[in-house]
Design a protein around this ligand. Structure first.
Ligand code: SF4
Ligand code: SF4
Length: 430
């Protein structure tokens, strides 16, 4: 059976895990279709890209899989395919019913697990809201998950009734289509693992080493197996759910093996500082749909030491190169700070990325600081984007930057919207 993949974008890479399940059931991916005329006529992930009209006229007997992130755009596509093109829901393998109301993608699809609480987002002060949360009982994970679900339903109702909630005033609230199936698409773990670094923007920087013993105790009390079992038994996650390991350093956390064993069946987003190369992590991150994110935030050795507290700049880029050579999709991140926003760092960073074989970088601000970035940093971001793109390195702007500074990048650096791929699917690390 021919399978048309709708959406030749970044999320298609993550969706390939699910596509593979359908392929094993006999649905053979034959092409992508995409509205972007720049993509049509080219190949993506080894398949030709057509317009939807071309794809439908080429294959009589077809099924469709929509690879987009489960946000409003995806549901608009479902509506368009069924209502405009007259395609039956049965032909869209991952069709989901949706309803239109005021909500946000984090509230609908996200879960952030911290040592003592579970939240929906971790974007303060950027979102300008209090942020909802429930307590995490490490000895009673099912109850914590149940409270999470109940509060979510209550919050969504209260938002529709214009009641005061922790989300009130949040810039992420949008009137849009939201899936009715209630599945969590992204789970981010923000346990305070021990870490070798002390990044100047890390809210754990003064405590990461000191609290290590307590953090380890917390982690050890938390049953990862029970956590995923509860989510699965309550049908709150699917094979498309992505698990993010963030906030701390997984390569040196004592119960690393137990953590990794519990997440092997999911796509992973692994945030590591790459001070250590870890073969087990390389193998997990190299699977289709997974990726690794390494924040380097400097282009020269001295700045790395200044920003991160350890003299390991060269070793980190060497390890990034090793992960890439293993087939890992490594996204290297640059958080613009007063200490790293000069030419030497910007150029040094891109040169090191080129040497290590990096294909994607992510630009962010220090999101704990909500102030607009000064003009000289805006201009350096513009330079980094231009240099990266001229070296075929893709640039993703994290949404924390997008909200306040993208317009100024367009104005002050004459950048076009299409130069700035923004992304909100990979949450920022602590
Ligand atoms: S505070 Fe904002 S981003 Fe967080 S869950 Fe509420 S609406 Fe969403
Ligand atoms: S930001 Fe990450 S790598 Fe840096 S000190 Fe904090 S936990 Fe460690």
């Amino acid at each position: 059976m021919n399978l048309i993949l709708y959406g030749a974008g970044k999320h298609a890479v993550q969706a390939m895990n699910e596509v593979e399940i359908y392929r094993k059931k006999g649905y053979e991916p034959v092409c992508f279709c995409d509205k972007d005329t720049q993509k049509q006529g080219k190949d993506y992930l080894g398949l030709p890209v057509f317009s939807i009209e071309q794809a439908l006229s080429k294959y009589d007997d077809y099924f469709i899989f929509v690879t987009l992130w489960p946000g409003n755009v995806k549901f608009e596509v479902f509506h368009e395919l069924t209502e405009f093109f007259g395609i039956t829901k049965e032909r869209i393998l991952n069709f989901e019913e949706s309803l239109k109301y005021l909500s946000c993608e984090y509230l609908q699809y996200n879960m952030v697990v911290q040592p003592t609480k579970i939240e929906w987002c971790c974007l303060s002060p950027y979102v300008q809201a209090t942020r909802p949360k429930v307590e995490l009982f490490t000895d009673d994970v099912p109850q914590s998950i149940s409270s999470f679900q109940k509060l979510k339903e209550q919050l969504i109702r209260d938002i529709q009734d214009s009641k005061q909630t922790p989300c009130t005033g949040c810039i992420k609230l949008t009137e849009g289509y939201w899936s009715v199936d209630n599945k969590i698409q992204h789970i981010g773990f923000g346990f305070e693992y021990p870490c070798q670094l002390s990044c100047c923007y890390c809210h754990n920087r003064n405590s990461v080493r000191k609290i290590a013993a307590e953090a380890i105790k917390n982690q050890q009390q938390f049953s990862w197996t029970k956590f995923f079992e509860t989510l699965e038994n309550n049908e709150l996650i699917s094979s498309a759910t992505m698990v993010g390991l963030a906030s701390g350093e997984i390569t040196c956390t004592p119960n690393k093996d137990a953590i990794l064993a519990s997440v092997t069946k999911y796509s992973l987003g692994i945030l590591t500082n790459a001070v250590l190369y870890d073969e087990q992590i390389a193998l997990l991150a190299a699977r289709i749909g997974s990726h690794m994110n390494v924040s380097v935030d400097s282009g020269i050795r001295e700045t790395y030491k200044l920003v991160k507290g350890l003299d390991v700049f060269d070793r980190v880029f060497e390890n990034i190169g090793k992960y890439i050579a293993k087939g890992v999709r490594v996204i290297v991140k640059y958080i613009f700070l007063p200490q790293n926003s000069d030419d030497e760092n910007v150029i040094g960073f891109i040169n090191n990325c080129i040497k290590a074989g990096v294909k994607e970088i992510q630009i962010s601000r220090d999101y704990s600081n909500p102030d607009a970035l000064p003009l000289h940093i805006i201009k350096q971001i513009g330079s980094m984007v231009a240099i990266a793109k001229s070296n075929q390195i893709e640039v993703v702007m994290l949404e924390t930057l997008h909200a306040t500074d993208i317009d100024r990048l367009k104005e002050d650096c004459s950048m076009l919207k299409e130069d700035l791929v923004t992304n909100s699917t990979i949450p920022p690390p602590s």
